[in-house]
Design a binder for this molecule. Sequence first.
Ligand code: PEP
Ligand code: MG
Length: 577
Amino acid sequence: MSFVLHGIGVSGGIAIGRAQLVSHATLEVAHYSIAPEQVPAEVERLTQALREVQKELEGLHGAMTSGDAPAEFGAFLDVHWMILTDPTLSEAPKRTIAEQHCNAEWALTQQLGVLVEQFESIEDPYLRERKADVVQVVERVLKVLLGKRGGVPPPDAEEHTILVAHDLSPADVIQFKNHHFAAFLTDLGGVTSHTAIVARSLNVPAVVATHTARALIRENELLIVDGGRNVVIVNPDRAVLREYHLKQSELELERQKLKRLRTTPAKTLDGQQVELHANIELPEDLEQALENGATGVGLFRSEFLFLDRAGLPSEDEQFEAYRAVAAGMNGHPVTIRTFDLGADKHKEGLDGLTRVAPNPALGLRAVRFSLAEPRMFLTQLRAILRASQYGKVKILIPMLSSVGEIDQTLIMVAQAKQSLRDQGMEFDQGVEVGGMIEIPAAVLAIGAFTDRLDFLSIGTNDLIQYTLAVDRADDAVSQLYDPLHPAVLKLIAFAIASAKKAEVPIAVCGEMAGDLQFTRLLLGMGLTNFSMHPAHLLSIKQRVLASDASSARKLVDKMRRIDEPTKLVSLLERLNA
Ligand code: PEP
Ligand code: MG
């Protein structure tokens, strides 16, 4: 039977392929019966998996004591060790296997359910929060049992496979970089969630917030994913299939045409030079950035380098990654953002470091986390500084909200520089330090930022989230996530105008910079530096080439004084006509 699902297209294009269901969530493990004579082997399979995780934890402990990991990391590993070796987790599921003749994964998740219920009834909030640790330990064991991380299919999965998952974390998606999937779908997710952002960087169509895809679609069913139109067609009939094949070829033709603009300088009709930079997550993304004519890296989301593995990266390991990007851009600027961990970007191991935050997006995220972990922060700053002699490196600090944070950060940078000097290590003495403008408070007090920092970059994804109090990753409120909200427009316009007045360079590196409907709006606000996912660079360049910045400015000045959403929509249409 053919049917259509609607969602939010977070990455455009059309893919046609077969469904592969991803069983990532703990609750989604298979349940099957085993013959009585298979019970000892199944128990042994569980014993081996538990032993393997025990070894993993020991390995992490060893690495921690010799590396730069924060001290609390050890305590967190100890808690996991205790949970893992406690008979309620290690023995009870074995009894379930023997009594119910079921598979080990099922027995383990049944026991997890029992334990979670017990934890939820505990009054002490600290102990109640240990529930998250139990879930993490069980997930580790499940990963070993399933023989693959996160249930992600092996890298040789076919090119026309479409992944269908209930939910995926940014760390899951980053693993897909080694795979060749045609598209992917999730039940949950918001348009600027980090999962969606990494999805975009995979360069395949993706639709999130489908709500029911994982439940309704069956393994191997034929799917059409139309990321541009936010739809998924399940079991399409022949006529629809033919139509989509045609559309696919048209899109490809369009892409080929755009390639001709690769080396054309980005200049508006009235002669305004515009910088089009790339947002990257991994050094491998550089190739795509260069292919699409990026004249710099405006945002290197460094936390993605290490998000999908346990433990903290050493200084040398980070240095190698940063150096590769710095050198790879052949003298063009490379803006390395320091770790933006927290909120929806958990790092295995690190989320156990802190309590389970009541509201992670407002909690210990980004620079707040880095300042709370000075050893980790210093290690990263040293690594970036060391890489600075291989290209034009800049340091970008995420989620700054106050002067205190800026000053503390600058002290840390000075310390990192001094420690390198003391060791006779070289770096670019003039490395610029910039801040991301992603909190309304930073816009309203922007003078303190322009006074202290060398450059600014507006992260519209978070600026919108924090201005409108809408969780960017929560599809239940995604209809409220509105880049065209008058408050958002006023904040962006004010930030750009203030930075210009103070003669501090300012860019936009949030998703708005790569969205064609906002190019003229941003040009009209006076923006001349856009940073976006590489796949959008050429179409944005095409729009810049066909725009007149000064006439855009007149309309945008009018928009800044309007609070009526419908009027704003019609003015935007006029601007884009
Ligand atoms: C932003 O918030 O707009 C941004 C670019 O940073 P991130 O999406 O990584 O939070
Ligand atoms: Mg951000």
